[in-house]
Design a protein around this ligand. Sequence first.
Ligand SMILES: [Zn+2]
Length: 415
Amino acid sequence: MDSRPYSPSNGAVKLRRSLPLALALLSLLAVPAVSRAQQWPPPHHGFWGPPWRAPVAHSATFRIDGSVIQVDFAPGPLDLSTAQVLDWVKNAASSVATYYGRFPVSLDRILIVPAPGREGVLQGTTWGDVGGNPAFTRMRIGQHTTADDLNRDWMMTHEMVHTAFPTQQDDHHWIEEGLATYIEPVARVHNGLLPARKIWWDMMRDMPQGDPPPGDKGLDLTQTWGLTYWGGAQFCLLADVEIREQTHNRMGLEDALRGIVNHGGNISQNWPLTKALAVGDAATGTHVLEDLYARMGDHPVKVDLTALWKKLGVVREGDGVRFDRSAPEASIRKAITAMPATGRIAPRGYTPAPVPANQSSPGPHVQTVAGAGGAPSSRAKLTAMKKLLTRGAFYLAQSNSSREGKGRKARLTPW
Ligand SMILES: [Zn+2]
């Protein structure tokens, strides 16, 4: 039963979204398919086709490191200027290109869809290899979104990180979301858009959400929201630290991931996870990724985060953290957030927006569903679930079978 209001053009839709509620909701709710008349969101200007064929009012294109970023605007009102939206996309593209040493795909098409009467960055979804685009992202943003909303947003960067890893079968969804969850803030620090102290505080607060739930059988076999996003992020943090331990801090996770991208492993490709991890390990001359996968893929693993923060020298202090420079692996902690030796990669002829003043210190956690800063949290999840249940408007979107024949993927779009 496929309630999605269109049939994807091929049988291999690869879909990533920055709304981490889908898995949690699906695990809790048995949502029947709804008729077209009940579906939400409503068709955009009467258009029910695939999003990559939706009407476009105007477009802008920029280049970054040999790749083309095409930003299309669907019809609809926006308080923001086109230049402000482009600055937001350019900052995200620059962060991702700086982390990976290049932009991961040759062409990334971004469709900006205004949501009348709303404010904030509402939702992002990324597909690979659709409509002739190696990567395609749809971002829904509210009509009354402000430049501050864009400066605080993490979703645009999260979606672009998804372009940098080969498409996986559903049981490996945790690696796709774990990478995006872990790398998005790190890449923004590399690019000078976030202070390191803020992301270590965020990690200290949010990483425990990836701890094994009751009955956990490992990352491949337990597809809860917490394990998918934060269990996957724990895997990535451990990988980053262990690669640096084994290479005397000469290399990190970014070197493994650059190796995968440089071998053509981006979202437009379907690779077995074992191949991606082996290519990544070859790039660092280690077996860290494959060994971690052997440990965590089909076994519950409780990562000792307290010991990890201690050896990295991240110490909680009040509503933030301080760094203990005498900690045994303080240099590894520092290297994780240091700009890569290859330097910052900026869009051509582009001057980045300054870091907003309100991001200079860790603030209270903000709801991710509204698109504000910070990583997905259980509090945001619960708030959003309440909103959904109150509103009673669900849109069950089930894409076609993936190329690997793993069956259907179900996703909820809650607005
Ligand atoms: Zn995602």
